[in-house]
Write a protein that binds this ligand. Structure first.
Ligand code: PBG
Length: 326
């Protein structure tokens, strides 16, 4: 057995080329998905107060922004829509001229190769702000499924490359798969937010997307934060229903969940570095309390080390400027 002084683990840490040679995990630009908010209207580019550097764009402003994103070699974006009109059943979510549908068409015209992932959910479109149909004060699972399928289909008809249901209803992946297949979209993958926790880390997003529930909270459909075995059941359910990629959300307080899922399933795995995680980093770095570049790279590398293949992050644009092109 080789022990100290023959064994010296510091030998491989002496210079940066040595460290790079033995580095086990790294973040690549090709791993990143950049989330974006699209708001109905014209000539709008509004910064979100709690997410410095992140804006709401109207569909006419989107082409300019996505050209920038493509120039940075970010391979994919995730779209959230903020409609002008909300109603009980979120009908603006599947309107062919809805804000997301307009945005997708505009993106595909200006940068066709950029992968467009769409968030499939009702919360930004319902007057009550819940992710499904409300009946007797409760979000009704089975009544919500056909609507989710309809939304996903309308996104794909507009040109979306991947649909990402984030509602946490049981059976939504199956409902969406069936609806897409029936219309000839067998080739479109589903990325499911399989284990999505009822988290306080979504605070800034709800301001950005105007999607705060008007009564109650999301705990009757999103997962209870203390649970991890249940996350494995959620992931298993979605894989069995036909999900192509699985997502865990949030990322940082749930690195153990990412690791458990990575060790248990062979599906491509994504993690969502959510709005509250971004806001905390921005708040501290703006005050000069943390070194932004180092904090962001360390954080995203930790998400990779935990086992994620894909990272959804609001830091994508800045990271793409820091990382060497791959
Ligand atoms: C919609 C949705 C949410 C997020 C992504 N999709 C908010 C929520 O469930 O309340 C959060 C994203 C973020 O915080 O960055 N259901």
């Amino acid at each position: 057995m080789v022990v100290f002084p023959q064994l010296r683990l510091r030998r491989l840490r002496r210079t940066e080329p040595l460290r790079a040679l033995v580095r086990e995990n790294r973040v690549n630009i090709t791993d990143l998905v950049y989330p974006m908010f699209v708001i109905e209207g014209k000539d709008i580019k509004q910064e979100i107060a709690s997410m410095p550097g992140i804006f709401r764009f109207s569909p006419d402003q989107i082409p300019h922004e996505v050209e920038d994103i493509a120039r940075l070699r970010i391979p994919a974006i995730l779209l959230f829509g903020i409609p002008e009109q909300k109603d009980e059943v979120g009908s603006a979510a599947y309107h062919p001229e809805g804000v997301i549908q307009q945005a997708i068409r505009a993106i595909k015209q200006s940068v066709p190769e950029l992968l467009v992932v769409t968030d499939v959910c009702l919360c930004e479109y319902t007057s009550h702000g819940h992710c499904g149909i409300v009946a007797n004060g409760y979000v009704d699972n089975d009544q919500t499924l056909p609507l989710l399928a309809k939304i996903a289909l309308s996104h794909v008809e507009a040109g979306a490359d991947i649909v990402a249901p984030s509602d946490m209803m049981d059976g939504r992946v199956k409902a969406i798969r069936e609806a897409l297949d029936k219309e000839g979209f067998q080739h479109i993958p589903i990325l499911s937010y399989a284990a999505k926790y009822a988290s306080a880390f979504y605070g800034p997003f709800r301001e950005a997307a105007e999607s705060t529930p008007q009564f109650g909270d999301r705990r009757s459909y999103q997962m209870d934060p203390p649970n991890v075995r249940e996350a494995l059941r959620e992931v298993e359910q979605d894989i069995n229903e036909g999900a192509d990629i699985i997502m865990i959300k949030p990322a940082l307080a749930y690195l153990d969940v990412i690791r458990r899922v990575r060790d248990t399933f062979n599906c491509p795995l994504a993690a969502y570095n959510v709005s509250g995680e971004y806001a905390m980093v921005k708040a501290a770095t703006e005050r000069g309390w943390l070194d932004e570049k180092r904090i962001v790279i360390e954080t995203l590398t930790a998400i990779k080390r935990a086992g994620a293949d894909i990272i959804f992050t609001y830091h994508a644009k800045e990271v793409a400027q820091w990382l060497p092109a791959t």
